[in-house]
Write a protein that binds this ligand. Structure first.
Ligand SMILES: CC(C)(COP(=O)(O)OP(=O)(O)OC[C@H]1O[C@@H](n2cnc3c(N)ncnc32)[C@H](O)[C@@H]1OP(=O)(O)O)[C@@H](O)C(=O)NCCC(=O)NCCS
Length: 283
């Protein structure tokens, strides 16, 4: 039986597409996102999309993507169901960590929702930084979208975010599931430059957005509370309607005080059972 010792890693090539799609077919009841991003990943010279081969057959993939100074994002780890529990994922991850170390990165981060992966990353000394649950508010007609602040407002907005109740539950990060950065004034400025910040009435509530995965607005961090936050949460639902999107999703650490404001603004748990986690390893 082939084991991790027989493994070689090489870049994924366009010709691997059929095999890679085959090995993602049974992942997440057929809803793996890799088929959608394959073309982009295989042609992206800014990241390493790697295939693990045993006897000339691709049995796994992974991707290492630099996304901020000193930081690499680890994603897309898959091992063919025919080859699982033989140490292949562990060997692939170890090679990725070693490579990131040699390239001088300071930290590797990732997001996951799956128990096998949680076990793997924790046994490889990754530290859990933040847990988030999914909330969802459907589009609603008839109101005004929230204000989009200018990047020059970043340091004032950061003062509000830093003092916001529940901020400690974010573990110091903006839990963007495609690349979590530290939350600070610089990050708010970066997001504002991309039009990814929304502000509630009187500047007393803030939502940091991320690129959505579907037809929705996606929020990765909420700050503020009470009436101002509730108005902001409604304004996001109005914005979804105005933009022809279906809903707003909010990732929020469980036990965060904004849970009450979400409920009061017509949001519910999109997936009460499962959390997503962001893990980090100092290299
Ligand atoms: C998660 C996945 C990559 C593991 O691949 P693998 O090659 O079977 O993993 P390994 O044999 O290297 O196991 C490494 C560790 O992962 C954990 N693990 C792997 N499969 C597990 C399972 N089914 N249940 C619980 N823990 C599991 C264990 O800690 C294991 O160490 P151990 O064997 O010493 O107990 C594979 O199951 C997979 O592709 N799953 C579907 C996609 C997915 O969830 N990817 C991760 C997204 S972040």
């Amino acid at each position: 039986m082939a084991t991790a010792e027989d493994l070689t890693l090489r870049p994924v090539r366009p010709a691997d597409e059929a095999r890679v799609l085959e090995l993602t077919r049974d992942v997440w009841e057929g809803r793996d996102y890799i088929p959608r991003v394959f073309d982009r990943w295989v042609s992206d010279a800014g990241a390493e999309f790697q295939a693990a081969e045993v006897d000339g057959v691709v049995v796994g993939v992974q991707r290492i993507r630099p996304y901020a100074p000193g930081l690499v994002w680890y994603e897309g780890l898959r091992v063919a169901s025919s080859h699982r529990r033989r140490g292949i994922a562990r060997a692939m991850l170890e090679a990725a960590i070693e490579e990131a170390r040699q390239q001088g990165f300071r930290e590797m981060r990732l997001a996951t929702r799956d128990q096998p992966a949680v076990n793997l990353f924790e046994s490889a000394s990754f530290r859990r930084m933040v847990e988030v649950k999914w909330w969802r508010g459907l589009r609603v007609e008839g109101g005004e979208p929230a204000r989009i602040p200018d990047p020059s407002e970043a340091s004032r907005l950061w003062s509000l975010v830093a003092a916001s109740p529940g901020i400690e539950r974010y573990g110091g990060l903006v839990p963007d599931l495609d690349g979590a950065r530290e939350h600070d004034a610089t990050e708010i400025e970066r997001l504002a430059t991309q039009g990814l910040v929304r502000v509630g009435p009187g500047g007393r509530a803030v939502a940091l957005l991320r690129e959505p995965w579907g037809q929705n607005i996606a929020v990765s961090l909420l700050a503020g509370g009470g009436g101002a936050l509730r108005e902001l949460l409604m304004a996001l639902r109005f914005e979804a309607d105005a933009d022809g999107l279906r809903h707003v999703t909010v990732n929020l650490p469980p036990g965060h005080p904004a849970e009450e404001d979400l409920k009061a603004s017509g949001y519910d748990f999109a997936d009460a059972e499962r959390s997503a986690y962001i893990y980090a390893l100092i290299l």
